[in-house]
Design a protein around this ligand. Structure first.
Ligand code: ASP
Length: 322
C-alpha cells in the first residue's frame, strides 16, 4: 500500500528527533566514533539493528551493511525494496542493488527478477565472478546457480496498487511518498574499515528495463576506505547525472565535512535542474573515516537512521535545500 511517510512520522517517531541538536553538535566537534552505521529512511532503524549485531561484536562493516540491507528486502510491507516492491508498468518487480567494501571490491545487479535478496546476489557477483555487474536474465541465472530461490515478488497489495495506477498510467514520482525509496546503508567497523550497500525496487511503474542509480557504483554508493563513504536515495536519474556518491566522497577528500559534501552535491542537482528540482526528492548520506556523518536532501522529509555509541539507534530528519 502506498502510504504517506510524513503521516507515519507524526504517528510514530517524532520523539526520535529530540536528539537532533546533540547530533549536530557532535558532528561539529568531529569526535571520532566507531563502530557506526547510518542508513536511509525509516526502515533504516530496523536495518541498523541487524547491522549493529555484527558491528558491536567486532564484525566487518561489509557483513553489517549486507545484513542491514536484507531487512527491508525481506519485508513484504516495504513497497520500495525487495519482496513486495512496486513493479514496473508491465507489472514486473525488477530489483537493483550494489555493494562495496574497504578494498574497493564491488558487485552489482540490475533488473533482477524473482530474487528476494539482490544485495546478497551483488555480493556473490563481487566475490565469485571476474565481473562487477550482472543484469536481467544473466543476473537471475547467476543467482540461481548460487543457490538463491526463485520467488514471486509481486504481493497482492502491490498488484492491486499497480492495477489502480494502470487506470491513469501517469508516471509522476512524488516526494517522500512511498512510490520510490531505497535503502542505502554505510558503516564503519571497529577496525575502522568502511563498507556500503544499496538496494531498491526503483521508481514505481518505471519503464520496463529502467535502471536507476541504486546499482551504480559512484552514483548511489561509493566507499573510499581512506576518506569515507556515501549513499543516495531519490530520483536516480538526477543522482546518475552528477555521479552523486562519488562526488560526495571526493568533496570530503578535498576537505569538506560529510555534511558540507552532501549539501554541495544537492546544490549541484539544483544547478542542473533549477525548476524540476523543486518537485523531486534526492537525499545523500555521508560517513567519514573518523566516524563523522552528515545528510542533506532537496526536500524536507528525508529521514535517516544512525546507530552509534552514545547515540543509540535514532531516526533524524535531514536538513534540506527547499
Ligand atoms: N534511487 C532510486 C531509483 O531511482 C529510488 C529512490 O531511492 O527513491 O531507482
Amino acid at each position: 500500500m502506498i502510504k504517506s511517510r510524513r503521516k507515519f512520522l507524526q504517528l510514530g517517531t517524532l520523539a526520535s528527533f529530540a536528539p537532533l541538536t546533540k547530533l549536530f553538535a557532535f558532528n561539529k566537534e568531529s569526535i571520532a566514533i566507531k563502530p557506526v552505521v547510518i542508513s536511509t529512511w525509516n526502515f533504516g532503524l530496523d536495518a541498523n539493528v541487524e547491522a549493529w549485531k555484527i558491528l558491536s561484536s567486532g564484525g566487518r562493516a561489509l557483513d553489517a551493511v549486507e545484513a542491514g540491507a536484507r531487512v527491508p528486502e525481506g519485508d513484504p510491507k516495504e513497497t520500495t525494496v525487495g519482496l513486495g516492491g512496486a513493479p514496473d508498468r508491465e507489472g514486473k518487480v525488477t530489483l537493483d542493488s550494489c555493494i562495496m567494501d574497504e578494498y574497493a571490491n564491488i558487485g552489482a545487479v540490475a533488473c533482477l527478477e524473482h530474487i528476494v535478496h539482490p544485495v546478497s546476489v551483488a555480493r556473490k557477483v563481487m566475490e565469485k565472478t571476474p565481473h562487477v555487474f550482472l543484469v536481467g536474465e544473466g543476473a537471475l541465472q547467476f543467482a540461481l546457480s548460487q543457490g538463491f530461490k526463485k520467488e514471486k515478488l509481486l504481493t497482492k497489495e502491490s498488484e492491486k496498487a499497480w492495477k489502480e495506477w494502470l487506470k491513469t498510467s501517469q508516471y509522476k514520482p512524488i516526494s517522500n511518498i512511498e512510490n520510490h525509496d531505497t535503502i542505502g546503508i554505510v558503516a564503519l567497523d571497529a577496525k575502522q574499515n568502511l563498507s556500503g550497500a544499496c538496494t531498491t525496487s526503483g521508481m514505481a511503474y518505471k519503464m520496463r528495463g529502467r535502471v536507476g542509480d541504486s546499482p551504480i557504483i559512484g552514483a548511489a554508493l561509493f566507499v573510499d576506505n581512506e576518506i569515507g563513504a556515501a549513499t543516495s536515495t531519490g530520483v536516480g536519474e538526477e543522482v546518475i547525472r552528477i555521479v552523486g556518491s562519488h562526488l560526495v566522497v571526493e568533496l570530503m577528500r578535498q576537505g569538506s565535512t560529510p555534511q558540507e559534501a552532501c549539501e554541495k552535491a544537492v546544490q549541484r542537482i539544483v544547478k542542473n535542474q533549477p525548476v524540476k528540482s523543486k518537485e523531486m526528492q534526492v537525499g545523500f548520506l555521508a560517513l567519514s573515516k573518523n566516524g563523522e556523518y552528515g545528510a542533506y536532501a532537496l526536500q524536507k522529509g528525508f529521514t535517516y537512521a544512525v546507530y552509534a555509541p552514545e547515540v543509540g539507534n535514532k531516526l533524524f530528519e535531514a536538513k534540506s535545500y527547499y
